[in-house]
Design a protein around this ligand. Sequence first.
Ligand SMILES: Nc1ncnc2c1ncn2[C@@H]1O[C@H](COP(=O)(O)OP(=O)(O)OP(=O)(O)O)[C@@H](O)[C@H]1O
Ligand SMILES: [Mg+2]
Length: 292
Amino acid sequence: MSALFGSPADVGARLAETGYLADEAITTTVFLADALGKPLLVEGPAGVGKTELAKAVAAATGAELVRLQCYEGLDEPRALYEWNYKKQLLRIQAASAGTGEQGWDSLQTDIFTEEFLLERPLLAAIRRAEPTVLLIDETDKADIEVEGLLLEVLSDFQVTIPELGTVTAVRRPFVVLTSNAARELSEALKRRCLYLHLDYPAPEREREIVLARVPGIEAALAERIVDTVGTLRGLEIKKAPSIAETIDWAHTLLALGVTELDEAAVGRTLGVVLKHVSDQTRAVKELGLPDR
Ligand SMILES: Nc1ncnc2c1ncn2[C@@H]1O[C@H](COP(=O)(O)OP(=O)(O)OP(=O)(O)O)[C@@H](O)[C@H]1O
Ligand SMILES: [Mg+2]
């Protein structure tokens, strides 16, 4: 396997070129995951840059992103591969309509071929010869059985299709699994991964992220936004605003032409950062904002 990155510093510089600003814990873990050929499990609250990290690694290395979005009910045929039954059926009908009798044996070898295979993200990522980032997003949303499948695939990077044989990765994809920790992932799966916990960044870093993501925003306003978001995170609320909300807020204020984040401006745009009525009520009270 050829490594994508030369050093943790190289990871940092190349991610930064894509607009993703990573601290040392991130760059080191990404570097090691690449160097050791291990999947990277990224855990943390919503909107802190888990999914974006995988996208940034792909962009930074010119790799293609193959994404498996996990959800309740995701099963093997959707994650790995399935046979195109409709097409197979048509082939059988065509065969019997045309030449009349066709031997079952020859038909069977005929309809379980590449032509009738529907490749899903896991198989697609394993078969690609070009650099690939496999993003297994929101792993904790999938049922526990999917973890068994992931374990199998991520242990050997191979898949056995009974009718076609075993497919082994010619080039291991860089694998990123993300989780909100809605439920604990199995120890067996964790053991195979390098683990990275992402949290809200330091104010200084978050300001840089806002400046990088929201062109045209004034540095002083960015600082005020980040400070205010920091204060909101300190309140006892249901859903603390994430980096995503900080960026949205900056976009909103820019669009409204607001240059000063005074109490009126905060009150007017609070819905961009706080998405629960009870959180908004609390913020209005604690920050002494004008009643809306
Ligand atoms: N370190 C960073 N540098 C630049 N932008 C960042 C960074 N972290 C997060 N972002 C921004 O925050 C947004 C939200 O990130 P992302 O969608 O990756 O969150 P997430 O952790 O996957 O959230 P969820 O758990 O809800 O899926 C991204 O669109 C990205 O612009
Ligand atoms: Mg995400």
